[in-house]
Design a protein around this ligand. Structure first.
Ligand code: ATP
Ligand code: MG
Length: 566
């Protein structure tokens, strides 16, 4: 018997992708549910609502207020209830589907989410799963409005974090993220959905007049705040005296559990715990403001530019990075940072286009009539540097990865803000909280965030720098799965059509993105370059004509793959 058969390397790897996702969501659900304190009233309301014929129960609240934790507990309780009520020998009489958007890689893809829902509801299986997102939405919508569907509870956290569907342009009039939700749910079907107030899905739900009950998440109770502080500091044998506790909890932001847990982390790592009172007084009384202070500390303690680069690379990646990937990129220390290191932040560069490739420089100049000469020159300088860096990378020897000693310092400092290994699969490093992403964008990319004037303008030049670093790295990686995930994503962000066309015409990439039924991801990359797929059609036709017939079987497979895509 083969060694691989006798000792399978990893059981979970043998699960199909649906099962792997289900497990990852379950592990997130269990961990958030078990750490929840207090919240008795709103949990009862959710429980009551999810048993009645409420339609959609919308849990609303700002960043970090505890929406995911509440939905995790609600899902946990419903699963236990379903298991208890299970008549012997039969399946549970309540189907519970839960999905935490942004909690695991791939969870922000609405098509994947709806297809997983269809599978878990037993409406579709591998054999009859619809090919495309539109059909999946239609089937989900009719199942959820059908009175014969098994009693079902659907829990979806962070609906506002789902990706905009790239292939939806033909149906823009219909809100894509909620196309699967019928106007009227069957009485035995209930949805508990969470989102930040006044985000697009919240508006959509209102406009579509879906039967719903809105539940705003209230501030965390004083008692639970005390418990959180005692628990977090207690793990490190530290405690606040009564005066310090009162002083900390008198800050308005302490009603937000995320603010509170970050504040505790800041107190924990503060050198002289006996002087915690002084530290408490300096803690900013707002989530983003506190995170800005945290970033200052991380920079100071975690190795300056290495820390900044780590934060920027994680923020610009499509869904986190592996440690080895970060080490390889950070190893090129001499060329790590943009040369002005973001010091020109005050001179905001208007994001009139997204393209940073060398080829399109001339075209760009045509569009930048409203910039000052200084802005134009600055921007051109950066583009040349970006492309220069990419050229240099190809010519020069590969730099050594960052040394373990240097990385240990960065990692140790940053670790409390990273999702624990395993929770997001395959040891990927990514931010634990979305709010940290926001704080990074604000500090390092000059982003104006919602509520700070129009839109989220970013310093395109700085973002471009990091996207280029990632694109150059992933262009040459041998881990195909990761290359498929990151390389075209980075090129799309850069608007580099030339490299993206080259990338999507590479057999390894086609194989990675190809799906026999509907290669929606591959098609969406092409579509973003050219609505009519003309470039794709001519490129793939060219490839099929040029194919050699040395290996007829391989050639036939490739031709059939191209034919299906076309
Ligand atoms: N009731 C609670 N008891 C203990 N800890 C909590 C509670 N609510 C939230 N937390 C902790 O606070 C942090 C933020 O909570 P959570 O992620 O649930 O908020 P959120 O509203 O979903 O945030 P976001 O808007 O970023 O998605 C987490 O670390 C969580 O474990
Ligand atoms: Mg959340």
């Amino acid at each position: 018997m083969a060694v691989a058969e006798q000792c399978p390397m990893d059981e979970s790897r043998q699960l199909d992708p649906y099962e792997q996702d289900k497990e990852a969501h379950e592990s997130f659900m269990k961990s958030r549910s078990s750490s929840l304190l207090g919240r008795k009233d709103i949990l009862e309301e959710i429980d009551r609502g999810s048993r009645g014929k409420c339609g959609a129960l919308i849990v609303l609240g700002g960043p970090g207020i505890g929406k995911s934790s509440l939905l995790a507990r609600a899902a946990d309780v419903a699963c236990l209830r379903a298991a208890k009520a299970m008549p012997s020998g039969q399946g549970p009489n309540l189907n519970v589907f839960y999905h935490f958007v942004g909690a695991i890689p791939g969870s922000t893809n609405p098509e994947k989410m709806i297809k997983r829902l269809l599978r878990e509801l037993n409406v579709c299986n591998d054999l009859n799963m619809p090919k495309d997102y539109e059909s999946a939405c239609q089937i989900a919508s009719s199942a959820l409005s059908n009175p014969n569907t098994r009693p079902t509870l659907i829990v979806i956290d962070a609906l506002d974090q789902l990706d905009e569907d790239g292939t939806a342009s033909a149906l823009r009039w219909l809100p894509s993220k909620l196309r699967w939700l019928p106007p009227e749910l069957a009485p035995q079907v209930c949805c508990v959905l969470s989102m930040i107030n006044e985000t697009p899905p919240h508006h959509t739900l209102r406009e579509r007049k879906i039967k719903r009950v809105e539940l705003p998440v209230p501030p965390l109770e004083m008692e639970s705040r005390r418990e959180i502080v005692s628990e977090i500091l207690g793990q490190f044998d530290k405690r606040l005296d009564e005066e310090q506790m009162v002083s900390l909890l008198s800050k308005e932001a302490s009603q937000n559990p995320l603010w509170l847990s970050i504040a505790c982390e800041e107190l924990r790592v503060y050198g002289v715990f006996s002087k915690a009172t002084d530290k408490i007084n300096t803690l900013a009384d707002g989530l983003l403001e506190l995170l800005a202070q945290v970033l200052e500390r991380l920079e100071a303690e975690g190795g300056g530019s290495l820390m900044v680069a780590t934060l920027c690379l994680l923020e610009c990646s499509s869904s986190g990075l592996l440690e080895a990937e970060l080490l390889a990129i950070l190893g090129d220390e001499d060329n790590l940072m943009p040369s002005d290191n973001g010091k020109n932040k005050k001179k905001k560069v208007k994001p009139v286009y997204k393209d940073c490739s060398r080829k399109t420089v001339t075209r760009k100049v045509v569009f930048i009539g409203s910039w000052s000469l200084e802005q134009v020159l600055l921007h051109l300088l950066c583009i040349l540097k970006c492309s220069g860096a990419s050229k240099k990378r190809k010519k020069s020897n590969k730099p050594q990865p960052l040394t373990a000693v240097k990385w240990a310092r960065v990692y140790r400092t940053l670790q409390p803000f990273l999702r624990p290994f395993g929770e997001s699969g395959e040891g990927r490093l990514e931010f634990y909280h979305r709010s940290l992403s926001k704080a990074v964008r604000k500090k390092y990319f000059n982003a104006r965030l919602a509520g700070e004037g129009e839109g989220a303008a970013m310093n395109v030049t700085l973002v471009c720098w990091w996207n280029t670093k990632l694109a150059d790295y992933f262009e040459n990686v041998s881990n195909l799965e990761r290359k498929v995930e990151e390389y075209p994503y980075q090129l799309r962000k850069l608007g580099d059509k030339e490299r993206l066309t080259e990338c999507l015409s590479d057999w390894d990439m086609i194989k990675g993105l190809y799906n026999e039924d509907h290669s929606s991801q591959l098609l969406s990359y092409w579509r973003q370059m050219d609505e009519k797929y003309d470039t794709m059609a001519s490129k793939y036709t060219e490839m099929s004509v040029a194919m050699s017939s040395d290996d007829p079987k391989k050639t036939a497979d490739k031709l059939s793959c191209l034919a299906r895509i076309l």
